[in-house]
Write a protein that binds this ligand. Structure first.
Ligand code: ZN
Length: 386
């Protein structure tokens, strides 16, 4: 009522000044948040959304969606807003669906949409990638654990490695130190053993390591941390490890000690710490306040996860937006935000547009079982274009 009253006032004001003014009513399908709500409502009736057959799950969403659309519409009507109801649109109308597919196909043809394995924000409760905009950061209390990574050659002692996520040590491929950190100069080129495993990993150097953090030695876990992934990419001699956390953030795979496999990351952390303490690997633990990323929809801690998704290439799209502000065709108010706008636009990351949800716009890409090639088309193709 508040937001629409403001829009209504503006629409009427401009009409009274004799200006042609159109205000279009529309509702969004809001894929992710709707699915979260339906999932919650079903859970109260003792039904697990994930176990429903696809058509039943879609029917439940559609029922929910219709009820809520009717409520929103009746509220707008009750408010007496001067909307043009003859142009009412809903994002999943046939026209909107077709327009979305067309834009996807066009951007793909212009090489502005691509598919790649990248580090994404993963919500393990919803089991989907989410965008940066759906992540909320807050300062939270944690524990910084200092672990002993023993020398692989059997000589006494080892390297002290600090981490807030001891359960991820099983995905380590290296330990990295800053190239100018004199304390660790003798360690570079040697190997250490990942605690609780028999795997030796090399000690490498990387400019991105902050010598002031912990002991100045960082474990490198490329599949489960963005900084680590970037360090990994600068060291082509390192091999990509298997996933040690699955889509639900449960510890999995051969690299995880058998006793810990199948545990979720929280139980996994507690039990890993028990084993580390028992093995004499824990040097000390200190309280640590740090920024934690949570999913806006579920409040689950976001898991940085290497995953194959679809992205929009933002560089070429940001260019014209930056130019229009630089050339004064667009002005930002208040003016002091112009600097922020440039900073956002010039450091913009490619945008992850795919979600692992049941409901929404399907990506118009068709995979050929015979040749493995993809056909990108607005209408479902009868044949593979390869
Ligand atoms: Zn084919």
């Amino acid at each position: 009522m508040l937001g629409d009253s403001v829009m209504d006032t503006l629409a009427r004001f401009h009409r009274m000044r004799g200006e042609t003014t159109l205000w279009v009513p529309s509702v969004d399908h809001a894929g992710l948040s709707t699915q979260v709500e339906v999932r919650r409502a079903l859970a109260k009736q003792g039904v697990r959304f994930e176990t429903l057959p696809r058509d039943e799950a879609l029917a439940a969403i559609e029922k929910w969606r219709r009820e809520h659309e009717a409520v929103i519409r009746s509220q707008l009507e009750a408010g007496g807003f001067s909307l043009d109801w003859s142009r009412y649109r809903y994002t999943m109308d046939a026209g909107g669906v077709r327009a979305t597919r067309q834009v996807f196909v066009q951007l793909h043809r212009e090489n502005l949409i691509y598919r790649a394995e990248r580090m994404v924000n993963w919500d393990p409760r919803l089991r989907t990638a989410i965008s940066d905009l759906e992540v909320v950061h807050s300062e939270e209390n944690g524990t910084l654990v200092y672990l002993l990574y023993r020398w692989a050659d059997g000589s006494p002692g080892g390297l002290e490695v600090a981490t807030v996520r001891p359960e991820t040590i099983f995905g380590d491929v290296a330990v990295a130190v800053h190239p100018e950190d004199a304390r660790h100069a003798g360690a570079v080129g040697r190997s250490v053993v990942v605690p609780l495993t028999d795997r030796a990993v090399p000690v490498i150097t990387d400019e991105a390591i902050d010598p002031a953090f912990g002991s100045g030695a960082l474990k490198v876990t490329p599949r489960h941390d963005l900084v680590d992934y970037e360090v990994f990419r600068r060291h082509p001699d390192l091999a990509m490890p298997p996933d040690i956390l699955d889509e639900r953030a449960h510890l999995v795979g051969d690299w995880v000690p058998e006793a810990l496999r199948g545990l979720d990351r929280d139980a996994g952390r507690l039990q890993t710490m028990d084993l580390l303490r028992a093995g004499g690997f824990v040097l000390r633990e200190t309280p640590y306040r740090h920024s934690v990323a949570r999913s806006e929809r579920t409040e689950a801690v976001v898991e940085p996860r290497l995953s194959t998704q679809w992205f929009v290439r933002m560089g070429p799209l940001a260019g014209p937006a930056v130019a229009s502000v630089r050339e004064g065709r667009v002005r930002i108010r208040p003016e002091r935000w112009t600097t922020t706008f440039f900073r956002w636009m010039e450091s913009i990351q490619d945008w992850c547009i795919s979600r692992q949800v049941l409901w929404g716009h399907p990506i118009p890409v068709y995979h050929c079982r015979t040749c493995g090639g993809d056909t990108v088309a607005v209408d479902p193709p009868a044949t593979c274009e390869h």
